[in-house]
Ligand binder design. Structure first.
Ligand SMILES: [Fe+2]
Length: 384
C-alpha cells in the first residue's frame, strides 16, 4: 500500500493505510502531571505543529526593546518607513518559527519613542494592548482617544479604525495580543490603511471625536448600559464596545474581592466582558485578571483551550506539566491546551496575572473541556 502510494500520489490521491492516526493522542484519560497532548506519528499528524509551554523572561527580552528603539531614534528616515512597528514578536518553540504563541494567538512587545505614531488602519484580526509603562502612549479607536497607563487593557476589535502613538516625553511599552494566526489559517486576514476621512498631519492619525473616558462613561457603571447608542463598533460583530479597561479599576476590583474564597483553580479571577452582552470581549478570545494572594496555591487544572499569561504585579511560580516557571512582573508565559497548570504565590505580597485564552472559540466549536485535580490526585471534569 505504501509503495503504491508513491505512484498514486501523482494523481493527488492517498491510499488509506495505517498511517491514518489523528495528530493528537487522547489526553483526557492520561492523568499524570507530565501527561499532555502529544503529536502522534502518521500521515495526518506529519505536518502538524504543537505549541509547547514557554516562558519569556522580561529581563532577557527587554534589552532588545531598547536596542530597536535606539536604532529607530538614530535613523534618518521615519521608523514607520522601514519597519511598520518597533516591536518583537514571541515565537513558541513548538511552532517552527511561526510568529505565534499558540495555534490561535500572536503576541508582540512594542515600544513607542516620544513622537512615534502608527498611522490609522483597520483589520480583521481582533487585537489588544496590555500596557506595561506607568503612563504615556495612546490608542485612538473609532474616534475615542484612550490614554494608557500601566495595567490598562485597550481593545481594537475586528473592523475598528485605530491608530497609536506616544506624545509624552518617555518611551512607552505595551504587549499586543491578536487572534491573527487563527484568522490567517482561515484565510480571512486583511488590512486597510485608506481611512475614508481626512487624517491629521503627516502622522495620518484619525480625528479624535470622543475624549479619553468615553467608553467608561457609556459602560463603566456595572449593570447599566445606555439605550441610546448602538453597541456595535466598526464592521465586526460580537466585539466589545468598551475599548478601555483601566488597570487601576481592575486592581481595585480584585482587591475588593480578596476576602472571598475565590476559585480553587483560578484564585480571585475576574473576566473582562463585553458590557452589552456579558460575553467575551472578542468572539475568539477571553481576557482575565487573577489575584494570587500571599501564600496562595491553586489546584491543577487543564483545558482544551490555551492561555497566555502576563505577570502584572509581584512574583510567583506556575507549574506546567511538571515544569516549573518562576515568573516576575512583565514576564510572559504560555500554557498550551491539554497541559496541567497551577499557580503558586509564596511571597508576602500580592501577585497579579492577566490572561488571554482562546476558550470562547473552542466553546463555539463545541470542543471545550476542562479537568481539575483534587487533593487526592483524583481527576474531576469541570466542563465537558
Ligand atoms: Fe492594528
Amino acid at each position: 500500500m505504501e509503495r503504491l502510494n508513491a505512484e498514486a500520489g501523482k494523481l493527488h490521491i492517498w491510499l488509506r493505510t495505517q498511517a491514518n492516526a489523528p495528530a493528537q493522542r487522547p489526553w483526557f484519560r492520561k492523568t499524570g502531571l507530565e501527561a499532555s497532548g502529544r503529536i502522534a506519528r502518521g500521515r495526518v499528524g506529519a505536518a502538524q505543529l504543537k505549541p509547547i509551554a514557554h516562558h519569556w523572561r522580561w529581563k532577557e527580552i527587554a534589552p532588545y526593546l531598547d536596542r530597536i528603539a535606539e536604532i529607530a531614534r538614530g535613523a534618518d528616515v521615519s521608523p514607520i518607513e522601514f519597519a511598520e512597528r518597533q516591536q518583537f514578536l514571541l515565537t513558541n518553540p513548538g511552532l517552527g518559527g511561526r510568529l505565534q504563541v499558540t495555534s490561535t494567538m500572536r503576541c508582540a512587545v512594542s515600544i513607542y519613542n516620544p513622537g512615534d505614531v502608527a498611522p490609522v488602519h483597520i483589520h480583521t484580526p481582533n487585537a489588544s494592548r496590555t500596557i506595561l509603562s506607568d503612563k504615556g502612549g495612546y490608542t485612538t479607536i473609532e474616534g475615542e482617544r484612550c490614554e494608557a497607563a500601566r495595567g490598562d487593557l485597550i481593545l481594537t476589535p475586528n473592523g475598528t479604525w485605530h491608530d497609536h502613538g506616544n506624545d509624552g516625553s518617555e518611551p512607552v511599552v505595551w504587549i499586543d495580543v491578536l487572534d491573527f494566526p487563527l484568522m490567517e489559517f482561515l484565510d480571512c486576514v486583511w488590512l486597510d490603511e485608506a481611512f475614508p476621512e481626512e487624517t491629521q498631519g503627516n502622522s495620518r492619525a484619525q480625528p479624535v471625536t470622543q475624549a479619553s473616558g468615553y467608553s467608561y462613561k457609556l459602560y463603566g457603571q456595572g449593570g447599566l448600559v445606555p439605550r441610546f447608542v448602538t453597541h456595535r463598533r466598526g464592521f465586526g460583530y460580537d466585539t466589545t464596545p468598551m475599548f478601555h479597561y483601566r488597570g487601576a479599576d481592575v486592581r481595585q476590583a480584585l482587591d475588593g474581592l480578596r476576602r472571598e474564597q475565590g476559585d480553587p483553580y483560578e484564585a480571585i479571577a475576574l473576566r473582562f466582558v463585553n458590557p452589552a452582552t456579558g460575553t467575551s470581549l472578542f468572539p475568539t478570545l477571553d481576557y482575565g485578571a487573577m489575584l494570587l494572594r500571599p501564600g496562595e496555591t491553586t489546584r491543577f487544572k487543564r483545558e482544551t483551550a490555551s492561555t497566555l499569561y502576563v505577570a502584572i504585579e509581584g512574583q510567583g511560580v506556575t507549574e506546567i506539566a511538571g515544569e516549573r516557571l518562576d515568573w516576575r512582573a512583565n514576564d510572559i508565559f504560555v500554557v498550551p491546551n491539554f497541559t496541567w497548570r497551577r499557580h503558586i504565590n509564596k511571597d508576602k505580597t500580592d501577585a497579579i496575572l492577566y490572561t488571554v485564552s482562546d476558550a470562547p472559540l473552542i466553546e463555539k466549536i463545541g470542543q471545550y473541556r476542562a479537568q481539575g485535580r483534587l487533593g487526592d490526585d483524583s481527576v474531576v471534569e469541570l466542563a465537558h
